[in-house]
Ligand binder design. Sequence first.
Ligand code: GLV
Length: 315
Amino acid sequence: MATILITRQLPGDGVAALAGHTLIGPKHDDSPYTPDELLAIAPNVDAIVSLLTDEIGAKLLTVGSAGRLRMVANVAVGYNNIDTETARSLGVLVSNTPGVLDETTADTAFLLILSACRLADEAGADLRSGRWRGWGINQYLGQDVHGATLGIVGYGRIGQAVAQRATGFGMRVIHHSRNDTGVDGYVADLDELLATSDIVSLHTPLTPATTHLIDARRLALMKPHAVLINTARGPVVDEAALAEALHTGVIFGAGLDVYEHEPIVHERLLSAPRTVLLPHIGSGSMATRHKMVTMACESVATMLRGEIPPNLVAN
Ligand code: GLV
């Protein structure tokens, strides 16, 4: 019988995959474990089921693997919160939850595309606050989504699911990724994609190479009526530079689900015009979150049976 740390309360009944083992956590009030608490627990558990808000760094992995720790299963497709290099060197397995959240996250990207282009937030806020005094021909003039060129940065599963939706909306779709996809619409030069897109949607993982991929120089390449969408990871965009670009009209608008220093949002983004801000809800449908939890817990169960889980990102 193994011991597994579940860091936070998890939706659904996916934890049932670990029946028969001893489960530790979450805390009664579901507050996050502090780094010191995690350090104390890690050597005494065989696996950790973690969330993207849990920092699983070198020290934790080193201390944990000196004890019993053999696996970290992240309930997320992104795993930039885990030091996978160190995990690999220590023989600690790391898994993520690919595939099950692509469509839901693509829906969120499309929600942001539509609401940012059509100023849905500003218009809705005016209505609720009583500032709307009736229909006006010059009010809330946004950008058309149909007929626009959508530039997708990062053409993995989620990027492709966004492309599929865009086709249905009558958009022209182009995409950029590190390696030639061989698919129609591939643009090798990111700068060229930015300069030719009306809407840009980011779908890259966060790595040292994609940190601040969209900076002031690249924002300046975009069209003045362009809209930037980020459902990937906050640090892919230089938030201060984006806020400046929005305030000064370098680009038209933005739709963001992720931030550089969550849960803190750059204060000039909070006040930026034509900007839709969501609190990292990308994969947040009930069905998808249940599938993510099930996948993470089943991966741990697979490892505990002595088999190799299919969704390892470090092994
Ligand atoms: C969510 O952001 C995820 O990486 O799953």
